[in-house]
Design a protein around this ligand. Structure first.
Ligand code: UD1
Ligand code: CA
Length: 463
């Protein structure tokens, strides 16, 4: 049976006190709305519609390639938002399961989505709703079962969901809450939507009313209780954003540790959801790994490293390094205090040492840039040593130019390589040189003012 997903994200998010849409706030580098979208994808739900407001272009961009969007013209409530989705071309005439979730719930897992779908099919229910129990349920919609007011732990059929603002005293004492995660039968959902009214405390169309409406027509509604209330936490404020970030950090780090990664201090490791770490990787304190970053076996990252979209091979040492879109091949070492910018590529066994910045350049196999250098737009061959303080002068104020350095070349300290320039193989460059012309293989080049030594100068000048 086919399954479609709906993610509601048209709400105003006023409690964030922000000029930006709530669902675009990021958790571990991923926008809030993309967390439930990714969970749906991981559960095998490919047809996803995200409901946005009329000003939702930014949200549409954020989910582009993962979900389509439907526009809710006015924020008339969650029931009205679902109507906008079900009327969108992607869902018109759709038969099957509809998983409905809210865009501000980043902790929902794909396993729970699968459970909702499987339960709906097994029980042939019109709706399955995920519920959770809280000691302090204030604010959430309450699950009213047939035995809610009699049993200690009610297990009877669900008769209604009552919102906080509409709950009477007895209903408000119910501890079982609505997570906002549902799986509907598409046809039953359409029938219920047609009947939802805004006759309630907030004057809104509530999707939660679908439960009582389906019951009235004799359809089956099943409540599935989760053991893990944390999964249902919504992000309505910045405090909740920080709490959800912590919870996801714990979840992600735990999974990596269980898969064979050592973390000196898991609280000080921030790892994005798409990061891949092989076994026997060690993360020291203060490590941030984001985007499409990956790290190979036996590499040691940190302390104090931030890597974004960077590919690290096996057996590397990445100490106090900041890297964006860089490649660090097997056995290479970086830092402390290295800055690798987009297109920096350290080949096997290469080194970018301390206070070294590398941009859009290849450092060949076993080559070293150990101290105080800037290397930009350069290709450096294998077995090259770049002396301390040497830089490529790649920018003439208007354009960038390339530098090529052949295998086995030794560049003395404090050399300026004024690009465009080619330095051959096995060249020796004297320290302090300014290189402006191409240098042939195996040459010695010294390009600096000749040293003068004037003996006895000092005593004579003191007279
Ligand atoms: C909702 C549920 C409540 C549940 C809680 C779980 C309803 C009526 N109530 O309450 O039972 O316990 O979630 O977190 O569904 N949205 C729209 N368009 C609208 C209104 C809301 O797209 O017109 C979106 C919001 O962006 C948000 C989601 O729907 O992602 C939920 O809306 P919100 O106002 O946060 O509902 P809650 O009061 O949290
Ligand atoms: Ca909410």
């Amino acid at each position: 049976m086919e399954t479609a997903g709906i993610v509601l994200a048209a709400g105003a998010g006023t409690r964030m006190k922000s000029k930006h849409p709530k669902v675009l706030f990021e958790i571990l580098g991923r926008p809030l709305v993309m967390w439930p979208v990714s969970a749906l994808k991981a559960a095998g739900v490919d047809d996803i519609t995200v409901v946005v407001g009329p000003d939702g272009d930014e949200i549409a961009n954020a989910v582009d390639g993962f979900a389509s969007t439907a526009v809710q013209q006015e924020k008339l409530g969650t029931g009205d938002a679902v109507k906008a989705a079900i009327a969108a071309p992607a869902l018109r005439g759709f038969q099957g399961n509809v998983v409905l979730v809210y865009g501000d719930c980043p902790l929902l897992t794909d396993a729970t989505i699968r459970r909702l779908i499987d339960t709906r099919i097994q029980e042939d229910a019109a709706c399955v709703v995920l519920t959770f129990r809280l000691e302090e349920p204030f604010g959430y919609g309450r699950i009213i079962r047939e035995d809610s007011f009699d049993a200690d732990i009610p297990t009877g059929d669900v008769v209604a969901i009552v919102e906080q603002k509409d709950a009477d005293e007895r209903q408000a004492r119910v501890r079982e809450c609505n997570s906002g995660f549902y799986c509907f039968d598409a046809q039953a959902l359409r029938e219920a939507l047609a009947k939802i009214t805004n006759d309630n405390a907030q004057g809104e169309y509530y999707i939660t009313d679908a439960v009582a409406l389906l019951r009235e027509t004799g359809r089956k509604v099943v409540a599935l209780e989760t053991e893990d209330p944390e999964e249902c936490a919504g992000v309505n404020s910045r405090v909740q954003l920080a709490e959800a970030t912590r919870a996801l950090q714990r979840r992600i780090n735990r999974a990596h540790m269980e898969a064979g990664v050592t973390m000196l201090s898991p609280d000080l490791a921030w790892i994005g959801p798409e990061v891949a770490l092989e076994r026997d990787v060690t993360l020291l304190q203060n490590v941030t790994l984001m985007g499409a970053t990956s790290v190979g076996e036996d590499s040691i990252i940190g302390p104090d490293a931030r890597l974004f979209d960077t590919v690290v091979g096996k057996g590397c040492t990445v100490d106090e390094t900041i890297a964006y879109e860089a490649r660090i091949d097997d056995g290479a070492t970086t830092g402390p205090r290295a800055y690798l910018r987009p297109g920096a590529h350290l080949c096997e066994g290469a080194k970018a040492g301390t206070h070294v910045e590398i941009k859009k350049s290849t450092v060949g196999v076993g080559s070293k840039v150990p101290h105080l250098s800037y290397i930009g737009d350069a290709t450096i061959g294998a077995g090259v040593n770049i002396g301390a303080g040497s830089i490529t002068c790649n920018y003439d104020g208007a354009r960038k130019h390339a530098t090529h350095i052949g295998d086995g070349t030794f560049v003395g300290s404090d050399t300026m390589m004024v690009a465009p320039v080619n330095i051959g193989e096995d060249v020796v460059v004297g320290a302090g040189s300014v290189i402006t012309t191409d240098i042939p293989d195996e040459a010695l080049v010294i390009a600096r003012a000749r040293e003068r030594v004037i003996e006895h100068w000092v005593p004579e000048h003191r007279k």
